[in-house]
Ligand binder design. Structure first.
Ligand code: G6P
Length: 766
């Protein structure tokens, strides 16, 4: 009804305006026509008695003139008449001529001396209301003798106008009522169509709404752009409802979700990187190290909440010394809640699978950072073999036949299908932590179809952002004979469906490391003391692995540009970069380490003076307490990735700042920039823009910092890593339930053991 009112009221105003305008036009026009009519009539009447009137004027014969005028007023519309001489004096007049209508005033309204002898007219107030006076000139052999005034009653004109006005208002009234009715019907009809379509979409095709999906139904084209939003919203609402609570996610809620949606299930995580590595220190002692990895940052708190087993490559120098015979160790070391199962890789395996295919092939393939991917046949063979070994480990670790297996990242593209083949009742949820390239780019990978088929062994395949899901679907479309259901956002390959969804990853909230850190002023004082910085120094911070995708060179160049463009920051601004060496056996990584160091030296040479260094490069692994101390000590944090799936440094910085201070300068090419829109977003390649953003961050008022930081903290608090995991597990649980319902006797089983020979035929031929 409100929609009708909203539509109808403006319509009513417009129609009333139109009716008023139309009345004005009609009245004006009909008045002009009536005047013309009355002038013509008066002229005609005067013509009939012009002879006696002219003679009366010539001879100044008043009785004759009166008689002729009396003849004139026999016409029913003529109420009075008068005759005026050339000088403007009244020669004769009938009774009833109003005093105001005199010869002089009539002459004054005429065309003037010498003008053509055409009649003229004007309105005046007669004895019985409005009247029209026509002055008809009389002449004798071209010499003007005078003029006759004919006074006509205008009552009939006014009556006609009133009638026209009434008719118009009635007509517009009818149109308004009809328009209102039409608008009401249109709104009701489109509302009906809309709700019917949304219902059809929700109940007919949504996979996660509880009812059985029906892919045969298709929603109309105009609804398709809305579908993913509706789907996400519905999934959220359903999840909130099913869980029976709203508000922030935390470990407790995640555990509840697990027991409600996946009761009795064991969770197995497979990730190449382990959450804790054991390293032998210089004095022979064994240290526990938290590896620098966004994946680990996100997943470790989730595992602490869910328990289960994390299977990873045992890469620490003392890893073998602390495990049992099966390679298992309980973690976290200080208060164990889950099991870490370590897989040992031979040097060639590690070189081929990890250095080669994963990091020289897939990593540059997926990141737009101008490093050419390298694909070697041997690396591919090792990759396949290591994936198989991890699949063996999953089977060994699974206590039952239907674990929930969370497969992580590009190291294990083949693993989902391998697990599915060996444990068909398992629910495999895979997450790709890095970007996924577009179709054309992906085609350079010689093993593309195999990788896609491997990933499509998952029940759910997650990416950080929708764009990467779309890219993935495009790649499948180009490489495989699979059915892509864009409405459900799924791929059906060999009769088995994989949902492809965006689940933006995040950090734990409240951050355990921020909670354990000293207050912000203390962090600042400690760090400044250690780095020998004067108290008034403005400090920027960067925290990364030494990876070419992180844009560390661009970051240093932006600092250099800042100091060149805004000399007031020279001697006052320092940028501390925590840079953890990574993948150091790979030449491209050795190269980036060198060039970052050289760049720091050059910039420090250019702007450094005495003890002042613009760039403080701390090339080492830093444990989380040190990293969080830096976040808390800094005035700004610059994340300048050239391409990044999400980037959790940005979210960690936000989580670290409960004082609501500090500014985040963030590359637009990170997944995080889609969520953290209150950061200063920059193109890291554009040094002018980046240096201006750094200057703006350093000059930003405390209030603005607070407002921006507060908004970002609210977002990270709500969309934290427990929610990320919870959403995937809820979706996984529902799929599992649907599969079980369908697999009852008499119904075809979903995700039954696929026929490997049939899979080959799924690839598109050239
Ligand atoms: C990225 C990848 C992770 C990886 C991390 C560290 O975040 O997505 O899978 O663990 O980099 O790299 P590394 O090779 O040291 O594990």
């Amino acid at each position: 009804m409100r929609a009708v009112a909203v539509l109808f009221l403006p319509l009513l105003v417009v129609l009333a305006g139109l009716a008023w305008g139309a009345t004005e036009v009609v009245e004006h026009t009909s008045r002009r026509w009536a005047e013309r009519d009355m002038r013509a009539r008066a002229e005609l009447l005067v013509k009939g008695v012009s002879e006696p009137l002219a003679a009366a004027l010539r001879r100044d014969d008043r009785p004759r003139a009166r008689k002729a005028l009396a003849d004139l007023t026999r016409d029913e519309r003529v109420s009075a008449a008068a005759i005026c001489d050339a000088g403007g004096a009244v020669l004769a007049s009938t009774a009833g001529r109003p005093e105001v209508i005199g010869c002089r005033s009539a002459r004054a309204r005429g065309p003037g001396e010498g003008a053509s002898a055409a009649p003229w007219g004007f309105e005046a107030l007669g004895a019985s209301g409005p009247a029209y006076v026509t002055a008809v000139p009389l002449a004798d052999d071209q010499a003007p003798l005078g003029f006759v005034l004919v006074v006509e009653d205008m009552g009939w004109v006014v009556g006609r106008e009133a009638q026209a006005r009434w008719f118009l208002w009635v007509a517009f009234g009818v149109v308004a009522v009809a328009a209102a009715l039409a608008a009401t019907l249109a709104v009701r009809f489109s509302w009906y169509t809309w709700t019917r379509e949304v219902r059809r979409v929700l109940w007919g095709t949504l996979p996660l709404a509880g009812s059985a999906p029906n892919p045969a139904q298709r929603s109309r084209r105009q609804f398709q752009p809305l579908l993913s939003d509706v789907r996400a919203l519905v999934a959220d609402l359903v999840a909130e409802q099913v869980e029976g609570r709203a508000g922030l996610w935390g470990p407790e809620r995640l555990r509840d979700v697990l027991s409600k949606h996946l009761p009795g299930s064991e969770v197995i995580v497979v990730a190449n990187r382990e959450p804790f590595s054991h390293e032998r220190g210089p004095e022979g002692e064994v240290r526990v190290v938290h590896p620098a990895s966004g994946l680990v940052t996100a997943l470790e708190p989730v595992m602490e909440a869910c328990s289960g087993t994390w299977i990873a490559h045992g890469s620490g120098s003392a890893d073998r010394e602390v495990v049992d015979r099966q390679g298992r160790v309980a973690v976290p070391p200080e208060s164990p809640t889950y099991t870490l199962r370590r897989i040992w890789l031979a040097a060639e395996e590690e070189k081929g699978y990890y250095d080669g295919l994963a990091n020289e092939g897939l990593w540059p393939l997926c990141h737009q950072a101008h490093t050419r991917p390298i694909f070697r046949g041997d690396d591919w063979a090792h990759y396949r073999e290591v994936n198989r070994r991890f699949a063996d480990a999953v089977v060994q670790e699974a206590r039952g036949t239907d674990p929930v297996v969370l497969v992580q990242d590009y190291h294990f593209a083949l693993l989902p299908r391998m697990i599915h083949e060996r444990l068909p009742r398992a629910t495999v949820v895979s997450f790709w932590h890095i970007p996924w390239p577009g179709g054309e780019r992906f085609e350079v990978c010689p093993y593309g179809p195999e990788l896609l088929e491997g990933m499509l062994g998952s029940s759910i395949l997650g990416f950080h952002v929708q764009a990467h899901c779309n890219n993935f679907l495009e790649c499948v479309d180009r490489a495989l004979e699979a059915r892509i259901d864009r409405e459900r956002q799924s791929v059906v390959l060999g009769g088995e469906e994989t949902l492809v969804r965006a689940y933006p990853i995040s950090v734990d909230w409240p951050s355990r490391w921020a909670g354990a850190a000293p207050p912000v002023p203390e962090c600042r004082a400690e760090l400044f003391r250690e780095l020998g910085l004067p108290a008034e120094t403005l400090l920027g911070v960067g925290v990364d692995r030494l990876d070419y995708t992180k844009g560390i060179e661009e970051r240093f160049l932006a600092v250099e540009r800042l100091l060149a463009r805004f000399p007031q920051f020279q001697g006052r601004f320092s940028f501390v970069q925590l840079a953890a060496p990574t993948r150091s056996r790979i030449p491209r990584y050795q190269q980036i380490e060198r060039s970052v160091e050289e760049l720091a030296v050059r910039i420090n040479g250019r702007f450094g003076t005495g003890a002042y260094r613009p760039i403080i490069l701390l090339r080492a692994h830093h444990e989380p307490p040190a990293v969080f101390r830096c976040y808390r000590a800094a005035d700004l944090c610059y994340v300048s990735s050239l391409h990044d799936g999400m980037n959790l440094v940005a979210k960690e910085f936000v989580a670290a700042r409960e004082d609501e201070g500090g500014v985040l300068v963030l590359s637009r090419f990170t997944g995080a920039s889609r969520e953290l829109s209150d950061a200063l977003l920059v193109n890291p390649y554009d040094l002018e823009e980046a240096s201006a953003a750094l200057a703006a961050a350093l000059a930003m008022s405390r209030e603005e910092q607070r407002a921006r930081m507060r908004a970002m903290r609210a977002l990270v608090a709500e969309f934290n890593v427990y929610r990320w995991a919870g959403r995937m597990l809820v979706d996984g649980g529902r799929l599992r339930q649907q599969d079980r319902n369908r697999a009852r006797p008499g119904l075809p089983a979903v995700r039954a053991l696929p026929d490997p020979s049939a899979r080959v035929n799924h690839r598109k031929s050239e």
